[in-house]
Design a protein around this ligand. Structure first.
Ligand SMILES: NC(=O)c1ccc[n+]([C@@H]2O[C@H](COP(=O)([O-])OP(=O)(O)OC[C@H]3O[C@@H](n4cnc5c(N)ncnc54)[C@H](OP(=O)(O)O)[C@@H]3O)[C@@H](O)[C@H]2O)c1
Length: 266
């Protein structure tokens, strides 16, 4: 039996998940990875192995419950335990609600971002409760704390992730199982390629506030080392969160005048 801890990362084939898998492998974790693109997962697994680490790549479409169950059972068969779960797989389709396709954009986004997050946690939980240890970390977003136009469904999914995270933490802390939420601002990953963002104003998050996936990965590691309810990065985004809580009417007006009217050309 190995004493090396095990992390299970969903959506490890690119972006934040890939950076987390790489960082945790370097920190001595055995890494189990799930996503649809097997070649990408396998290349990362090979990289981890050749650096002396241990990992498995499990091709899985995590919108399918059988694939979720297989990812977890293969992880437990191979490594015997799961110490950390990073529930990270997801995507955003960032458009006006009336432009979103009911199935491809709306259902699919809620399915992977919210339902999959819930189901993966549910499948891993009995194992963690039995061991009286473990840490479930769910990938939220600034979109899960502050809702903005064109992010309706993404925000619905990530507010959902936050609600789920908060309630679950209070269900399982008595078993010494930690539950945390990570809420990053904009991160330079393939997210943008899938989002279909089309801005007349060209406005996006200023470069100085954009994160690299490695910075988010370091955030995840810090939450594992010192368990916290949540991590909002970059820290400047906390100001936006508080502004939105304290002065929602002002935020409504700023967004309407500086964004929605310009983008909708009204
Ligand atoms: N980038 C940002 O600005 C940002 C900000 C805040 C939060 N986030 C969140 O961070 C998480 C990771 O996103 P990212 O920015 O790293 O984007 P990314 O580079 O596009 O990575 C998304 C990952 O999710 C996986 N995935 C998507 N659908 C899947 C499915 N049906 N089954 C299995 N895996 C699936 C993808 O793998 P395959 O395509 O190979 O399946 C990929 O590994 C998401 O939850 C996202 O909402 C991103």
């Amino acid at each position: 039996m190995s004493h090396q801890p095990v992390i299970l990362v969903t959506g490890a084939s690119s972006g934040i998940g890939e950076a987390v898998a790489r960082l945790f492998a370097r920190e001595g974790y055995r890494v189990s990875m799930g996503a649809r693109r097997l070649e990408r997962l396998q290349a990362l697994a090979d990289e981890i192995e050749s650096a002396g680490g241990q990992s498995i790549a499990v091709q899985s479409d995590l919108t399918r419950f059988e694939d979720i169950q297989r990812l977890i059972s293969e992880t437990l068969d191979q490594f015997g335990q799961i110490d950390v779960l990073l529930n990270n797989a997801g995507f955003g389709r960032i458009k006006w609600l009336e432009e979103l396709d009911p199935m491809e954009d709306i259902q699919a986004q809620l399915q992977i971002n919210l339902i999959t997050t819930i189901l993966v946690a549910r499948e891993v939980l009995p194992h963690m409760i039995q061991r009286r240890s473990g840490h479930i970390i769910n990938m939220g977003s600034m979109g899960g704390l502050v809702a903005t136009p064109t992010y309706t469904i993404y925000s619905a999914s990530k507010f959902g992730v936050r609600g789920f995270t908060e309630a679950l933490r209070r269900e399982v802390s008595v078993y010494d199982v930690h539950v945390s939420g990570i809420y990053p601002g904009a991160v330079n990953t393939e997210f943008k390629q899938h989002a279909g963002i089309d801005r007349k104003t060209g406005r996006t998050t200023p470069g100085s506030l954009r994160l690299e996936p490695e910075e988010v990965a370091r955030g995840v590691l810090s939450v594992v080392r010192r368990p916290r309810r949540e991590l909002i990065i970059p820290w400047q985004m906390r100001l936006t969160v508080w502004m939105n809580i304290l002065f929602p009417g002002i935020v409504d007006r700023i967004i309407e005048n500086r964004f929605t009217r310009l983008e909708r050309d009204i």
